[in-house]
Design a binder for this molecule. Structure first.
Ligand code: ZN
Length: 346
């Protein structure tokens, strides 16, 4: 995980694919500054002998379709650092330490990509912009296969108008569990219990509507953040929802802080976050704590749109009554499922 500065408080840059090579241009404590400007913890890097400038040329980009994905192969002489920027309708890949001598670009007629543009934006930096056929993006993967960079862009799921969840795979992640209690209600009731309860209710609602649902846990057990993220990367759901309840911010006012909060990270998750947030607060007449961009372990997966919901504040006495009320939990699960159906079907 490359960051903008030499400790883990700094923002994450696009994770560098395994095998990426770069020159170390400075150190600070346990952190190495890399030639493209990012910093990485020395534990995540291996120092190679020699001081060959880590630079590459690039030519002849090709794409091919595999089930569910378009793969674009960027042949390089060595694995260089890369960065991704998603926006509405575009996906931009920047290759550092790279000079383009691009002879040809071959992108076959594609369900996703309308055109690939490229530009040498600096002597050491090539930028590829994929113009996409739809504003909504569904996920991407970046890997080195030898020294070739392989970018996989996910095709949209096939959504049937009559039954939008048929054939759709949804991953639910009930927050905390086991030793990890999460936030606590006024009675000491732990967040981990209500996240599991509501996730199971939501699973049932989604399955009833035809979805395939996977969960990161179905019992009261510890699951690390790393294992949750690894599961999302492995199962490649169409969407991933992490279910939480909020704790009070520092110096917070327990009586006056309430409402549903929704968190997203990659641009591909933004529309889903806004939609579910508005849908829930309206359908259930709940206060809104707001929609936030936030770099959280469970909003960071890139393989699918991923949203983390904080469905209310455990410590607010009024909201807590709503949180633990079994009828309201059912209504919440039904509303969330209906929101997912509407978002996919739109
Ligand atoms: Zn939580």
């Amino acid at each position: 995980m490359a960051r903008t500065g030499p400790n883990s408080d700094y923002s994450c840059l696009t994770p560098l694919p395994k095998g990426t090579q770069a020159t170390v241009t400075g150190t600070e404590g346990d952190w190495l500054r890399l030639d493209f400007g990012g910093w990485i913890n020395h534990k995540e890097a291996r120092i190679l002998a020699g001081s060959v400038p880590a630079r590459s040329l690039i030519r002849s980009i090709r794409s091919c379709q595999i089930p569910g994905w378009t793969e674009v192969v960027f042949p390089l002489q060595l694995p260089v650092p890369v960065q991704v920027k998603q926006a509405d309708g575009t996906f931009t890949l920047t290759l550092h330490n790279t000079t383009a001598q691009t002879d040809t670009i071959f992108i076959d007629d594609d369900p996703l990509i309308s055109r690939l543009d490229w530009q040498q934006v600096a002597p050491n930096q090539v930028q590829y912009t994929f113009n996409l056929k739809s504003n909504q993006q569904w996920g991407y993967k970046l890997n080195y296969r030898g020294t070739s960079l392989v970018l996989a862009l996910r095709h949209p799921p096939v959504v049937k108008r009559q039954a939008p969840l048929t054939g759709i795979k949804i991953l639910l992640d009930p927050g905390h569990g086991g030793e990890e209690l999460g936030s606590r209600g006024p009675t000491g009731y732990p967040e981990k219990d209500v996240t599991l309860l509501v996730s199971k209710l939501l699973r049932d609602e989604l399955v009833q509507r035809g979805a395939t649902v996977l969960m990161t846990r179905t019992t009261d057990r510890d699951v690390s953040l790393g294992d949750r993220v690894a599961m999302i990367d492995r199962v490649e759901p169409d969407i991933a929802l992490s279910i939480h309840y909020n704790a009070l911010p520092d110096n917070g006012d327990a009586i006056n802080t309430q409402g549903i909060g929704t968190f997203w990270y990659h641009a591909q998750s933004h529309d889903l976050a806004i939609f579910l947030h508005n849908y829930l607060t309206k359908a259930l007449n709940r206060p809104s704590y707001g929609v936030y961009w936030n770099n959280l372990a469970l909003t960071r997966p890139a393989v699918a749109p991923a949203v983390l919901l904080e469905l209310g504040f455990m410590i607010n006495p009024q909201e807590f009554e709503w949180i633990v009320n079994p009828q309201e939990q059912k209504k919440l699960a039904a509303a969330l499922a209906a929101g997912v159906v509407q978002w996919l079907g739109q």
